[in-house]
Design a protein. Structure first.
Length: 237
């Protein structure tokens, strides 16, 4: 049986913390708009704005900040103070400067995977911010390649693996997002390994492909090396 040759790792909330900082900023946003909207209603409006704007701004902090500003204008019917807009922008700059916090077993998991596999970092979001986080993480030198894509679709994964001399049917993707890191890779013919994170953005939720022979779930990255040691194409759970 043929071994898996390529292992892809997601970045945000798989190798390092990310969503927690969005939640903290959203709490600040809620306080700023407390006189105009109840928290639940404000969160719904913000999520709707984010969903609308993904096609325009892409994923990441900058699109999040623009969606907060848009939501603030909407819920105040155009009466939002310039000082509030300034605070929203300042919160976004703080997010862009936040130190990287690696998640448990992140470095060890990449090192172990790289012993016998080509390892790629495959992430989406703002190019400059993702490059900053990778540089600060200290993990950059461990990867054979880094891909920052606009979205994670089956076609995007196929192109990424092909660029690095591989194929989706001999690749495995590790990540916290069922929607972005697991389902599209499986659709492309590869393997998806879900590493749950306590916080997941609402737009990344999806139902797990329970029972699929190329789907695995691990409690954390600490179990990845053992899975890779035993996983071969043609095997089942």
């Amino acid at each position: 049986m043929r071994d898996i040759l390529t292992v892809g790792f997601d970045a945000d909330d798989t190798l390092w913390q990310n969503e927690a900082f969005f939640r903290l900023t959203q709490a600040q946003f809620t306080d700023l708009l407390a006189d105009y909207a109840a928290p639940d209603h404000l969160h719904e409006r913000l999520l709707a704005a984010e969903r609308r704007n993904i096609g325009h701004y892409g994923y990441g902090i900058k699109g999040f900040v623009l969606s907060m500003i848009e939501t603030a204008i909407e819920v105040t019917e155009g009466r939002v103070a310039a000082t509030v807009i300034a605070e929203i922008m300042a919160a976004g700059r703080d997010m862009l400067a936040h130190p990287i916090e690696l998640l448990p077993h992140a470095r060890e998991a990449v090192i172990e995977a790289a012993r016998d596999h080509q390892v790629l970092l495959i992430t989406k979001g703002d190019l400059l911010d993702q490059e900053r986080k990778l540089a600060q993480s200290g993990l950059g030198e461990l990867f054979h390649g880094v891909e920052i894509v606009s979205d994670k679709t089956p076609e995007a994964y196929e192109k990424v693996f092909a660029r690095h001399g591989g194929r989706a049917d001999r690749a495995l993707m590790v990540g916290n997002s069922m929607k972005s890191d697991v389902l599209p890779v499986i659709a492309a013919g590869g393997w998806g390994v879900h590493i749950p994170h306590g916080l997941t953005w609402a737009l990344e939720h999806a139902e797990p492909p329970t029972g699929h022979v190329r789907f695995y779930s691990l409690p954390d990255l600490g179990g990845l090396a053992d899975l890779l040691a035993t996983l071969h194409i043609g095997t089942t759970h």
